[in-house]
Structure formats: structure tokens, C-alpha cells
Design a protein around this ligand. Structure first.
Ligand code: ATP
Ligand code: MG
Length: 718
């Protein structure tokens, strides 16, 4: 069974890297499919091919999308094309033969009374769905979606845990998959950059499952229109249920960005078109001696010079769109761009056959931060992003015969590299587009901070890990004075319960709230009273302005309210907090008023510096005897550590607390990756260094100890 890497494990692995460049180079290895996972996918494709061939003789099952385009991640879906064209041809020739009185009909076949070529797509999809349901072992939850822009049959495979789509008419996707693959092969910087941007966007709630669903449905429809009800908001979508970008669109944005560097990292699609059909020297030399003299260009020669042309497969037209580009990466000219997403060793950089880069390399992580910088200031509604030309076209786009006619313009205009009338981001609304730009600006700012560039000596999140924390650099971070802590819950245990509950509501949220209250009160010795939800003082940030010189960059502010689907139900748990409307929740009863701000909240005060010197005290306690020894309960140990620190301070309860803050929690994340966001608002604002110090301790301590309290976190020393 293939599980995505849990947020905790990814963070742990990246935090151990020596610098941000190393984080970047490790990222792909941590996220990509393992060999075993690839084998499972291959086996499934073979199984599907065997079963479908029984019913649709001659058909081909062809994988596309992230399983093979070079941007695979653990647990990514399996996109398949069921190519029925050969079956249709076979059917036609059989019919002709029957009409001519030769040959015999296939009475037993499900095709005996169906003419595939004349059957409407929804009926063919139902047929495919029926074959899947009845004849492919382990396949569950089969569902035809005929209304999608590209109609599909969805399925899950029980044993592998894979979800997948089968389309019957999506040849363009095969071509754009190969195009993405070519770009991934062309330069070693492409994959790390795409992985980083995809994960960042997912964690900021800018891309994900919702993006796929919306993009497949095509352009956004008016709010309240017929389409709106068909598309439920995924729980945890911070855009309030708004449509998200899908991974294909995000990848195109990165590729476009790489085309526009100076000098370019990737060629434009127009340039690739010119290279199509040529044959690389390496292929020429491996051929048997040619019958005619070869015209050898610097790296390639033109196939039009030959009778048989190995480069012919490069020239393809699908649905009237010219999809010609080289299939062989060796045909691409090496990039002379030396910008760095990560420090690569000499000889590794540049892709197969591409010379290594001159050294010394430019500053680390520059491409990633430049990506954020570029799109933070990008005029999305006023231009069309054209990968074909490798530049942003002004509006309205030129209407050359093969260009942009029919392109649906919107708040984000991203032209498909081949289907030029298709805006890949047509589903994105104004809110998501401007959120994307704001998140880019915040991320660009974070990339300038020391916290991004320098490994934390105190075990705090730094570099890419911080960038990948949900909401870590969300819009408004520099102006709202609130601090966010994300508590990821493993996609097992309680999340099973979460999955069974429609719209993600359930007592699990209150379990987590009770655990948070336990950690604050019992472990860290805070006063912790149920209180009103905090409001961030907007006029005071107390956060570093330009963080270039600052060690710490603030956690972002959670400016978006949760959508109704995100709101948790109320349950009865150990330490009940209060509903945001101020209504106490005795006995776990749900308040009658269903206010959208429903969150758990507390007024907290901390009296002792329980966050300093913990490691030393812990070590001392572990060397002693008793329940706090190495085999003892680690929660109990943490309580003892705090008590020891309080005792060391010696003066009893001080008159005034060291710090006061309001805390509020809300459910977020997805069914697969549920999490709780804890928002802290210090009082008074702006907070001083002491609060920051406490906050950064809490940021790494709280999620671990809360998960231990819930009984599903990794055991051990937090
Ligand atoms: P992942 O499954 O990891 O999200 P993916 O690239 O497989 O990434 P899907 O949404 O599954 O993304 O789409 C599968 C493939 O279908 C894409 O790789 C792309 O080839 C094609 N595709 C997806 N969305 C679009 C779109 N909006 N326009 C054109 N082609 C698309
Ligand atoms: Mg996919």
C-alpha cells in the first residue's frame, strides 16, 4: 500500500540536511515513487490491459500524468488512457467482412450489439465502468464522470491503495505528459523546483485535489450556478471552497518561469517545434551505415534528408493542434544558465549529455526565490502566459490562425502549450489568483531571511521545511500579529474516523483541542482558561519588517475563515474549550448557533521559563530513577521537566505572568492529511523577544507532544 510521506517525517528528514541546497536536492528523493511503487503501478496497468483486451480487442491501456511525467509523488493517482481506436477499426473491418459474407460475428462479445464508434461517450464510459466493477479484482468505488472536461471513470484499487482515472479520449494528455517528461529530463534543476513549488502550493492551500476536480470540469462557473453545487469544497481548503490550481497548471508555471530566465533554462515550445523531426548524432551513429551521405548539423541532422526517418514520431497533430517536439532529449541545446536551485556537484548538473556548469555557482536557492518573486508581482489578469512563445502575451492575445482564438480569459491566464485555445487555469477565480500572488510575495520575502538560508542550531524549522509548513508564510504575516502552529495528524488512527465522517466534522477535533489544553496546562504549567477567540491586532505586527537580516520570520496569519465544511462538530472531551461565540459547551453539546467562527479558544498566561534548558533537565531526570527514567512515560517526563524548572526558579508563583496570549484552534487539512491550526495572539502586541522565543519552542514541542497525548505520535523525546 502506498502512503504519502507524512508531514512529520518529511520535516524531520529535511531539518537534518546541512543547508538549504541539500534540502532541495533531497526533496525529490523523499517524495518520488519508490521502485516498488512503480512496479505495483506497472502490474496494475498490465492487469487492466489483460482484462480490457478481453472485452475490447486491440485496445491499449496507456499511463500518463504524474506516474510517468517525471513529477511523481508517493500515492499520486494513476491516470490511464484506454485507447479504443484500434478496437473501433477492428469492429469496422469485422462488420465489413460480415457484410461481404466472409468471417463470423462475435456473438459472445459485449461489442456484438454496440457500435463503439457511434456510441455516445457517456455510454462507453458506463461500459468501461461495468468491466472495471465486474472483472478487475480489487477495484472499488468505480464511478463514471461523463461531465468532466475530459470524461473519465474513477476507481480505487484496494490492495495498492491507488486511486485512478481512466479516460477514453485524451490523446493531448499523452502528448503534454511527454512534454513534461522532456522538460524534466532536459535539466536537473527542473524536478527539484517543480517538487518544491507543488508542495509549497499544496501546503498553502493553493493547489490540490480541489484543483484537479475543478480543472477537469473546465472554466469556473458563476457562484450559485448549476455547476457550483456539483463541486463540494474539500475540507481544509483555505480558499473557502474556492477552486484551486491543479498540479499540471503549477508545473506549467514553473516551466514557463524557466523559459523566461536569462539565459533560459528551458527552450520555448516554438523552439522545440523547430527541433522536432531532427535526429540526434548519437542515434545517427548507432544506425547501420546510411545509404545516403548525412548532412550533419552541430548536434543533429534533419530527417527530411532521409527516406526512413527516425525523428518522424516527433511530428504529431492531435485534434488539430500541432504537438511537434523532439522526443529525444539529446536534441535540446544545453542551457548556459547557471542559476542554482541547489548546490549540485560538478558533473551531476545539466541532464544527460549536457555539460556541467561553470563554477562558482550563484547564490543557493536562487531559482526558487526568483520564482516566488516573479509571480508575486505578476499581472495575471492582464496577460496570457504562453509557453509556446516563452513570454507573457499582452491582452487581447494575437489571433494568428493557430493561436489563442477561443481562449477563455480570466483572473489567471495560462495557455496550454499545445491546445492553444485552452486556458489551463480557467477554473481559478479572482480570490485564488490574488491569494497565489500574495503567497508568492510572502514566500519570496521568507526566502530572503536568514531562517531560510541558515540551519537552525536550536532544532527549529528552517529552510524549505518552514516554507512547507501549512500557512507558514501566509498572506498578512507581516501585518497581523498572530502566530500559527500547525499540528499535523498522521493519516492513520483518528483520521480513519475523520474519513468516515462527512465533511470532516467530528469529535476528533475536540480530542485534539483537549490534548492541546493538556499540554499547555499540565505539561507547560500555563494558566489556561476557556476564552473568546482571539482577534489579531492588525495595526501592530511586532514582526520583523524586511526579514533579510532577521533570524526569525513570523508564522503567517490565518486570515481566511474556515469554510462551513471545515467546521468541527462539538464533542465531550477532557478539557473542553469554549465555542467561539462564547457559548460554553457543557457535556459536549453542540451550540445551537452555528457561527462560522466556531473554534476552540483559550486565554493563557505563562509564569515560568519552562522552555529554556529543558534538554539539560531532561537528561538529568533520565539519569535518575523512577517513572521519569528512560523507559518511563515521555509525557510524564515532560511534566517533570517543567516542574523541575519551576522549582529551580525558586521564588514560587510570581505576581505577574511572563507572557499572556490568546490561543484558538480550528480544524484544517484534508481527509488524508488532517491537521489543526493553533493561532496565538500575544497580549500586549507587539510581542517582544521573549514571546518569540516561547513561540518557536512551542512550534516544535506542541505538535509532537499533542500527538503523543493522542497516542499516535512517535514515541520519544520531543
Ligand atoms: P497529480 O496526479 O500528482 O496531481 P498529474 O500531473 O497527474 O499530477 P492530474 O490532474 O492527475 O495531474 O492530470 C493528469 C494529466 O492530465 C496531467 O499530467 C496532464 O497531462 C493532463 N491534464 C491535467 N489537467 C489538465 C488541464 N487542465 N489541461 C490539460 N491537460 C491537463
Ligand atoms: Mg495524476
Amino acid at each position: 500500500r502506498q502512503e504519502p510521506l507524512g508531514p512529520g517525517r518529511l520535516e524531520q528528514a529535511l531539518c537534518q540536511a546541512p543547508d538549504v541546497d541539500a534540502q532541495m536536492s533531497q526533496l525529490v528523493g523523499l517524495l518520488e515513487l519508490s521502485e516498488d511503487e512503480r512496479r505495483v503501478r506497472h502490474l496494475l496497468v498490465t492487469l487492466f490491459q489483460e482484462v480490457f483486451t478481453e472485452f475490447f480487442p486491440g485496445c491499449a491501456v496507456v499511463p500518463f500524468g504524474s506516474s510517468i511525467n517525471g513529477f511523481d509523488t508517493r500515492g499520486c493517482d494513476l491516470d490511464l488512457l484506454l485507447d479504443l481506436e484500434p478496437t473501433k477499426s477492428l469492429q469496422a473491418s469485422t462488420r465489413d467482412a460480415l457484410a461481404a459474407g466472409s468471417g463470423s460475428g462475435a456473438e459472445d462479445s459485449i461489442l456484438s450489439d454496440i457500435d463503439l464508434a457511434a456510441t455516445p461517450v457517456p455510454e462507453v464510459l458506463e461500459l468501461v465502468a461495468a468491466v472495471l466493477r465486474r472483472c478487475v479484482p480489487g477495484v472499488r468505488r468505480v464511478r463514471a464522470v461523463p461531465t468532466a472536461r475530459r470524461p473519465v471513470v474513477k476507481f480505487c484499487h484496494k490492495q495498492s491503495g491507488l486511486a485512478g482515472d481512466i479516460s477514453i479520449d485524451n490523446r493531448l494528455a499523452l502528448l503534454n505528459t511527454r512534454f513534461l517528461q522532456l522538460c524534466a529530463e532536459a535539466d536537473e534543476r527542473v524536478r527539484p523546483l517543480v517538487y518544491a513549488v507543488r508542495l509549497w502550493a499544496k501546503q498553502q492551500g493553493l493547489a490540490g485535489e480541489g484543483g484537479r476536480r475543478h480543472a477537469q470540469r473546465g472554466p469556473a462557473r458563476p457562484v450559485g450556478g448549476r455547476g457550483a453545487a456539483l463541486i463540494p469544497s474539500p475540507p481544509g481548503n483555505p480558499s473557502g471552497g474556492g477552486p484551486l490550481l491543479n498540479n499540471y497548471a503549477l508545473t506549467l508555471l514553473v516551466l514557463f518561469f524557466l523559459q523566461t530566465r536569462s539565459p533560459p533554462v528551458l527552450p520555448t515550445v516554438a523552439r522545440l517545434h523547430d527541433l522536432a523531426g531532427r535526429v540526434s548524432l548519437s542515434i545517427c551513429l548507432s544506425l547501420s551505415p546510411p545509404s545516403r551521405p548525412l548532412h550533419v548539423a552541430p548536434l543533429c541532422w534533419c530527417s527530411s534528408q532521409r527516406h526512413s526517418a527516425p525523428g518522424d514520431e516527433d511530428r504529431t497533430v492531435v485534434g488539430g493542434w500541432d504537438c511537434s517536439f523532439p522526443r529525444d532529449v539529446a536534441l535540446l541545446e544545453p542551457s548556459t544558465n547557471t542559476e542554482s536551485p541547489c548546490k549540485c556537484q560538478a558533473g551531476v548538473w545539466g541532464g544527460p549529455g549536457i555539460p556541467t556548469l561553470p563554477s562558482p555557482l550563484v547564490p543557493a536557492g536562487s531559482l526558487l526565490s526568483e520564482f516566488f518573486h516573479t509571480f508575486g508581482d505578476f499581472d495575471f489578469p492582464g496577460q496570457v502566459i504562453s509557453l509556446r512563445e516563452g513570454r507573457a502575451l499582452p491582452l487581447p492575445p494575437p489571433t494568428t490562425p493557430e493561436a489563442s482564438e477561443g481562449l477563455k480569459l480570466g483572473p489567471l491566464n495560462l495557455q496550454d502549450p499545445f491546445e492553444l485555445s485552452h486556458n489551463v487555469a480557467a477554473n481559478v477565480n479572482e480570490k485564488t489568483a490574488s491569494r497565489f500572488a500574495r503567497c508568492c510575495r510572502d514566500a519570496a520575502k521568507y526566502c530572503r531571511s536568514l531562517q531560510y538560508r541558515r540551519k537552525s542550531s536550536k532544532g527549529r524549522a528552517w529552510g524549505l521545511t518552514r516554507l512547507f509548513q501549512p500557512g507558514a508564510v501566509e498572506p498578512g504575516a507581516a501585518s497581523a500579529g498572530a502566530f500559527l502552529i500547525s499540528i499535523p495528524l498522521e493519516a492513520a488512527g483518528d483520521s480513519q474516523q475523520l474519513c468516515q465522517e462527512p465533511s470532516g466534522r467530528g469529535p476528533w477535533f475536540w480530542e485534539v483541542c483537549a490534548a492541546i489544553a493538556f499540554v499547555l496546562r499540565d505539561v507547560l504549567k500555563c494558566s489556561c482558561a476557556a476564552g473568546k477567540p482571539p482577534r489579531a491586532p492588525r495595526e501592530e505586527s511586532g514582526l520583523p519588517g524586511d526579514s533579510a537580516l532577521s533570524e526569525e520570520l513570523p508564522m503567517g496569519t490565518d486570515t481566511e475563515e474556515p469554510s462551513a465544511a471545515e467546521l468541527p462538530a462539538v464533542g465531550s472531551k477532557r478539557c473542553l474549550p469554549e465555542a467561539a461565540n462564547g457559548t460554553a459547551l457543557p457535556g459536549g453539546k453542540r451550540p445551537r448557533t452555528n457561527v462560522p467562527e466556531e473554534t476552540a479558544s483559550w486565554s493563557c498566561a505563562i509564569w515560568h521559563r519552562v522552555w529554556t534548558g529543558r534538554r539539560r533537565v531532561r537528561r538529568q531526570l533520565q539519569h535518575g530513577d523512577g517513572p521519569e527514567g528512560p523507559d518511563g512515560d515521555s509525557l510524564e517526563l515532560e511534566q517533570k521537566v517543567s516542574e523541575a524548572i519551576v522549582r529551580q526558579e525558586g521564588a514560587g508563583q510570581p505576581l505577574e505572568p511572563l507572557l499572556r496570549f490568546q490561543a484558538s484552534a480550528r480544524a484544517a487539512g484534508t481527509r488524508q492529511e488532517p491537521r489543526v491550526l493553533l493561532r496565538l495572539v500575544p497580549s500586549p502586541a507587539p510581542p517582544g523577544a521573549l514571546f518569540r522565543d516561547f513561540f518557536h519552542f512551542l512550534q516544535s514541542f506542541l505538535p509532537t507532544v499533542v500527538r503523543q497525548r493522542l497516542g499516535r505520535g512517535p514515541a520519544g523525546d520531543p
